[in-house]
Design a protein. Structure first.
Ligand SMILES: Nc1ncnc2c1ncn2[C@@H]1O[C@H](COP(=O)(O)OP(=O)(O)OP(=O)(O)O)[C@@H](O)[C@H]1O
Ligand SMILES: [Mg+2]
Length: 243
């Protein structure tokens, strides 16, 4: 296989004395759709935050597109081509839908001007027509599912090669996932690498091709998603909690 787009080698994240992620090693290849599953407090978000440059690992190495990137801040990671849709979405509630999208494209707007974003924003509206209808509405007035669409759209406007999504399902009705997951699948089909963090193991394994299972800060299992979905140990450990 070619060199991975993203590689974590023994990455550990601490919060004071709490060891949130312990010696995490994982890879995402160009154009892959990978998930990290695991129950509450397993260390999934901490791992994504380390990749996004939001927290600094206390040990290990992170390589992206062949370069050592650990220690870089979040802005640098976005500029490198990694976008993160954080847990809880965090849209700018008082700003309009369109302004939230413009903010997502700020790196490109800085280089080429806001007008250059028009085509990119229209592509997001093609993907999520509900956002187009609500483009002048305050983001805070959107439903949870629509806010998730906006958060994903905002992430896409930084033109990432790797999109990381933390807990896409959080607080949403299962019906919304029936819509969001096919969109993610289509984006992946177009070549975008996606790293999806989920507590809902069955759903995550059904949409991704490969997955890592996290437990108490460590990766405990990994493999093709279909294989993990059929593994009684995965089912036993996680599905009960995820249901
Ligand atoms: N800012 C923080 N300060 C202190 N401890 C933290 C902080 N963030 C996370 N932790 C702790 O680190 C551990 C891992 O948390 P993390 O958020 O990475 O888990 P998670 O797998 O994303 O869980 P969830 O599915 O509930 O989102 C937990 O024990 C959590 O309490
Ligand atoms: Mg989390």
């Amino acid at each position: 296989m070619s060199n991975p787009l993203l590689k974590l080698d023994g990455v550990s994240v601490n919060y004071g004395r709490i060891e949130a992620a312990r010696a995490v090693s994982l890879e995402v290849h160009e154009g892959e759709f990978v998930s990290i599953i695991g129950s509450n407090g397993a260390g999934k978000s901490s791992t994504l935050k380390a990749i996004a440059g939001v927290v600094k690992p206390v040990a290990g190495a992170i390589t992206y597109a062949g370069k050592q990137v650990h220690g870089r801040g979040p802005h640098e990671m976005v500029a490198c081509g990694i976008a993160m849709v954080p847990e809880g979405r965090y849209v700018f509630a008082d700003q309009t839908v369109e302004d939230n999208l413009i903010l997502g494209g700020y790196i490109h707007a800085q280089r080429k001007g806001v007008a250059s974003l028009r085509g990119d924003i229209d592509r997001i509206y093609d993907l999520f027509s509900r956002l187009k209808e609500r483009r002048l509405q305050a983001a805070g007035s959107l439903s949870g599912g629509e806010q998730q669409m906006l958060a994903i759209g905002r992430g896409l406007l930084s033109k990432p090669r790797l999109l990381m999504i933390d807990e896409v399902s959080l607080g949403l009705a299962p019906k919304v996932l029936d819509f969001l997951f096919p969109v993610l699948k289509e984006l992946n089909r177009q070549g975008l690498a996606i790293l999806l963090v989920e507590q809902l193991a069955v759903q995550a394994l059904s949409v991704t091709t490969r997955a890592y299972v996290m437990e108490n800060g460590r990766i405990t299992m990994s493999g093709p998603s279909a294989q993990l979905a059929g593994n009684p140990a995965v089912m036993e450990a996680y599905l009960g909690k995820a249901a």
